[in-house]
Ligand binder design. Structure first.
Ligand SMILES: Nc1ncnc2c1ncn2[C@@H]1O[C@H](COP(=O)(O)OP(=O)(O)OP(=O)(O)O)[C@@H](O)[C@H]1O
Ligand SMILES: [Mg+2]
Length: 239
């Protein structure tokens, strides 16, 4: 689920490390500019780590589109239209999605762990596959192979698992629930949920924290319901 420290990067790194220790070839990829410690751990364990710099991939994507337009001898009016298109917030999402798609495409026999917080925009793009493809066609002249391949793979439960990470609190659970619905609308059915930083799993003696721990049960139960029992609870660790 969304931005703001629920533990996506921590979980993504832990999942990558565990898969690696079980003998899988793993590639961990992220748009998170922070969290150097986690990635250093993964790198030391022999995992491929790639960081996607959103500003860099956006520029690359824009230049690619411009180059194609020039190669096709577009009129100045058409170029103006393309430039306008490239200024839309959609372009950033397409550029990042394309960067993920390229990584997945090249990873071949590896398990790719993608650490990301999907926004309404990304999901809208995934949802509206048809118009998304048209969008790409209009600007690029062709659907990029990697992007066209990734969408059906994301929808295939034999190839993709989306793990929703949340906290045992009202707002994060509501947001995660909304995300689950958006994913379903986009044809992606996730199975596993993580409720991170549960005080309820600690043996705190502090009365304030005990009260907080008690308030978590209703949210943990709700996630268990939403996930049909496929919930992993992670304790709050004093780190
Ligand atoms: N179970 C836990 N107990 C205590 N602290 C935790 C736990 N899980 C994560 N943290 C800490 O919470 C902070 C945020 O975690 P993390 O960076 O994984 O979140 P994120 O969802 O990736 O955030 P962002 O949206 O900013 O990318 C980090 O300092 C991390 O060490
Ligand atoms: Mg993160």
């Amino acid at each position: 689920m969304g931005k703001g420290g629920v533990g996506k990067t921590t979980m993504a790194t832990n999942i990558a490390m565990k898969l690696n220790s079980l003998g899988a070839k793993v590639h961990l990829t992220t748009t998170d500019p922070a969290n150097h410690i986690n990635y250093d751990l993964a790198l030391k364990a022999g995992i491929d780590v790639s960081k996607i710099d959103e500003a860099v991939v956006l520029e690359e994507y824009k230049n690619e589109v411009r180059a194609k337009a020039h190669a096709n001898n577009m009129s100045p009016e058409d170029m103006e239209y393309i430039e306008e298109d490239l200024r839309s917030p959609c372009t950033q999402e397409i550029a990042v999605f394309k960067a993920f798609a390229d990584i997945v495409d090249k990873a071949e026999n590896k398990i790719v762990v993608i650490d990301t917080a999907p926004t309404g925009h990304t999901l809208l793009l995934l949802d509206a596959t048809q118009s998304y493809h048209k969008e790409v066609e209009r600007t690029q002249g062709e659907i990029s192979g990697a992007v066209a391949k990734l969408l059906p793979r994301l929808r295939n439960p034999n190839e993709t698992e989306v793990v929703i990470v949340t906290l045992p609190e009202a707002t994060p659970v509501f947001e995660a629930e909304r995300l689950q619905k958006e994913l379903q609308r986009a044809g992606i059915n996730n199975k596993w949920w993580v409720v991170n930083s549960c005080l309820a799993l600690t043996h705190t003696k502090n009365p304030f924290l005990q009260a907080k721990a008690k308030s978590e049960f209703v949210w943990i139960e709700r996630v268990k319901q939403l996930s049909h029992g496929n919930t992993a609870l992670i304790e709050w660790k004093n780190i």
